[in-house]
Design a protein around this ligand. Sequence first.
Ligand SMILES: *Cc1c(COP(=O)(O)O)cnc(C)c1O
Length: 456
Amino acid sequence: MTETLPNSLSALAEKYSFFGFTDLPTVHRRGVVVLTHGEGPYVFDTEGRRYLDANSGLWNMVAGFDHPGLIAAAKAQYDRFPGYHAFFGRMADQTVRLSERLVEVSPFPRGRVFYTNSGSEANDTMVKMLWFLNHVEGKPERRKILTRKNAYHGVTAVAASMTGKPYNELFGLPLPGFIHLTCPHYWREGRPGESEAEFTQRLAEELEAVIAREGAETIAGFFAEPVMGAGGVIPPSAGYFQAIQPILKEHGIPLISDEVICGFGRTGEVWGCETYGFMPDAIISSKCLTAGFFPMGAVILGPELSDRLENAAEQVEEFPHGFTASGHPVGAAIALKAIDVILEEGLLENVRRLTPAFEAGLRRLAEHPNIGEWRGKGLMGALEAVSDKETKAPFPAELSVSERIANACTDHGLICRPLGQSIVLCPPFIMTDAQMAEMFEKLEAALTEVFAEING
Ligand SMILES: *Cc1c(COP(=O)(O)O)cnc(C)c1O
């Protein structure tokens, strides 16, 4: 650990910035890591240290930190037309092109796109669309939103209400009418003696019971990430979406796939809903949409919601909602290029190529007596630490096990993320085999160190 000099950027960062989702005692002890630039999947700090970023920034920088094609697309668009909105029947040409492309790559035969600046705003927008739709169609009481415990849908007041994390109690959230069902994590939530199929069946019955209790006529939608991301990389139990989708259909409840992380290749298909074989009514996209090179989110509506929303908006003249920078032409130009880079220039193929080695690396580390489970899909994975493999008992919270592992990784030049008692990996899609090996080598060194310390 180098000493933080009083006028260093690290000291200034601590003095003048307020950090979200940051363990502040750790920052005070270790200092802020100030980054200056990146090369491929690596980032560099002000001390000249290099880190392999096994989290792709925040799940999003899937093409690495210096992709020349994306930089060129941004520069060219700034030269041509550096900003415009999408209100009052006006829209930049690149934004028109992007909507066409998004519907083309979506699982929908046709549809419409609405832009935001983030994933949270896209989820908020989707909820407002459902509320608006039901109101104009004469069913204003159809407002409740179903999600799952451990789900992450963002931080704005509505998206935070959808997010099933205990920290939202600190804000007095969720708002009324946001209901969180059981997390479909078989290893943690399954009961003794219950098979995975029985677990899935129990969750489907829970959904039916909640709909019966609340009344289908009061429920506006069900939102789900195909693989829960910020909940700790939790793939659904086998058959989960096949079990719940018919129940939602029967009760006329739209299924919204929050593909902010899964969308554009993370799980090995373009969309997570393709990986898990279900057809949503709408898709929420952000993060990889621009490969992290521009803040942008999108709601992609399937045919039915698209038609109903268009009719409802026509009846009352307009859909009174939108953000100043929605559909920004620079974001659109970058997104068009990012989609090409991922789908046409080999990134999605590389995800598929790397997945077996990624899974093998996770499986090998999970042999450690203090790793209870490895889990993942495509290039997103997690290792969950336990104090006892048999009972799956977690370590005492005050040991901050995952935080310590992540800090040890940082000291080895690897960035990965602690989430609960898990360590999460979601490497960039451009990783080479050598970088994948480097990632597991460094993670193993960190795990060995920290577990040795803890076990004495
Ligand atoms: C990150 C994330 C969001 C929120 O996106 P922001 O751009 O941070 O607002 C929503 N849903 C999922 C699944 C996410 O991973």
